[in-house]
Design a protein. Structure first.
Length: 461
């Protein structure tokens, strides 16, 4: 059962008008809210994800610092030279440097421009000179759809053992050294981060085109931090990633058959480290979910490779990157475009949670994290919910319960609530059955087996 089926099922019981786009948007929003409330209430096994995150140990790197300047010089700073996947994993790292006068300063690398240039979050406060800075990447940013962490384990050991949960208060109470490096024993929840979002869409121009078709394009803009510095890649590996902000306000363009759009964001202060991206929808092509704007090199070359979609902070007004996507209606309606297009992940608009490790790994490596995820947002009719097919009507009943309560019909709301509860309990019995821990003999990895429960079947509230 997909979103279209859910809309039809609910629409049969409501005064639903499929030609009213506002009505559809409101109904889809209620269905998404119902799915989120259902799937974030229990640790459903089908909503669990096993993910491998990249972790970097502390390092020392020589930089040339200038007092009062945010620009630092280096040799061989790791940075991607691929314009389709730009960035550096040094972005977001904390630098600790002691100058010639003995003053210690702490900065954050906001943007790596080239193998010889990087920008700090603020001007350097110490004395000018070349210093070996300690580079720390202790904050392990979780994927944007992570709801809660269920387990953290180190795959580099023989049998990955479950890491202990440790709060920062407990670390301080036990006088544990936060700078210790070694083999992972515990993980700690840490502060999340929210990239700032642009206020409005900037840098979009209407330009001449041929045979484009009459269409309406809705455009949003997002800021991106560290497009090559994520611990886990959310988007496909052949496109740019990074920590995305929420959407800006929408900009709508009604285009004729001889018009299309170009995208060239303005230059920003390099200290911000904010790259820019655009997303769009086109109702005439059936595109309801925002799609990333990606450059396609025209017949007259512009020097920008096909596939570029992320623009750097210092985009020059004359020589900088201009994105020229194919926006003709025939192309947007093709299956080839829809199969290769990149959707915006709505979870990106929330805070990126983070964890720290104790001790922090003494070398670069991977980290296995089992997490409960937020369900993907349903947007187009073909989108399927995360709830198993046999229980998908649970979403519809939860939405109808909420809708009828809003229109002051508590009796009908109670009917849908009972239907929802019946399916909910059946789904609990099907997916949350587990052997009680009190009757486990030994450990499963040692060859011992689970015994039958002498206390009868489990019950769920």
């Amino acid at each position: 059962m997909n979103l279209g089926h859910l809309i039809d099922f609910v629409g049969n019981l409501l005064d639903y008008d499929p030609t009213n786009s506002t009505y559809r948007a409101q109904l889809v929003s209620i269905l998404n809210d119902a799915q989120t409330r259902i799937l974030t209430d229990r640790p459903w096994p089908f909503a669990m994800k096993e993910r491998t995150l990249r972790v970097w140990t502390d390092d020392t790197f020589p930089f040339g610092f200038t007092s009062g300047s945010a620009l630092v010089a280096g040799v061989g700073i790791p940075v991607s030279i691929d314009p389709v996947k730009p960035g550096s994993n040094f972005t977001g790292a904390v630098l600790e440097v002691t100058d010639s006068g003995g003053k210690t300063s702490t900065h954050t690398i906001s943007w790596v421009k080239s193998p010889t240039e990087a920008y700090l979050d603020r001007p350097f406060e110490g004395a000018t000179g070349n210093y070996a800075a300690t580079l720390k990447r202790r904050e392990i940013r979780l994927p944007s759809d992570c709801l809660t962490v269920q387990n953290v384990s180190d795959p580099s050991v023989g049998i990955p053992a479950k890491s202990l949960f440790l709060s920062k208060w407990e670390r301080e109470e036990a006088n544990l050294d936060p700078d210790l490096l070694g083999t992972i024993e515990a993980y700690l929840p840490s502060a999340g981060v929210i990239p700032p979002a642009p206020n409005s869409v900037r840098g979009v121009s209407v330009v001449p085109g041929v045979g484009q078709g009459i269409r309406t394009i809705h455009v949003w803009m997002v800021n991106v931090v560290a497009p090559f510095g994520t611990n886990f890649e959310v988007y496909p590996k052949d496109v740019s990633d990074g920590f995305e902000s929420a959407f800006s306000k929408v900009a709508t363009f009604a285009l004729s058959d001889t018009e299309t759009l170009s995208f060239k964001p303005e230059a920003l202060d390099p200290q911000t480290g904010l790259w820019r991206r655009y997303y769009f929808t086109c109702p005439e092509a059936g595109i309801e979910a925002p799609i990333r704007v990606r450059h396609t090199e025209p017949l007259e070359p512009t020097g920008v490779p096909t596939g570029v979609d992320t623009v750097p902070p210092d985009n020059h007004p004359f020589t900088g990157i201009t994105l020229l996507p194919r926006l003709e209606l025939s192309h947007l309606s093709s299956q080839g475009f829809q199969a290769s297009s990149i959707r915006y992940r709505w979870n990106q608009s929330a805070a990126y949670q983070a964890i720290q490790l104790y001790p922090h790994p003494s070398e670069d490596g991977d980290l296995d994290v089992r997490m409960l995820i937020n369900p993907p947002k349903l947007q187009e009719d073909q989108d399927a919910p995360l709830v198993p097919h046999a229980y998908a009507q649970l979403i519809a009943f939860a939405a109808l319960e909420n809708l009828t309560l809003k229109v002051d019909n508590p009796a009908l709301s109670a009917v849908y609530m009972r239907k929802k509860d019946t399916l909910y309990k059946a789904m609990e019995q099907a997916y949350l059955k587990a052997v009680p821990r009190r009757i486990v003999k030994g450990t499963p990895t040692a060859g011992h087996k689970f015994l039958r429960n002498p206390f009868g079947p489990l019950t769920f509230s």
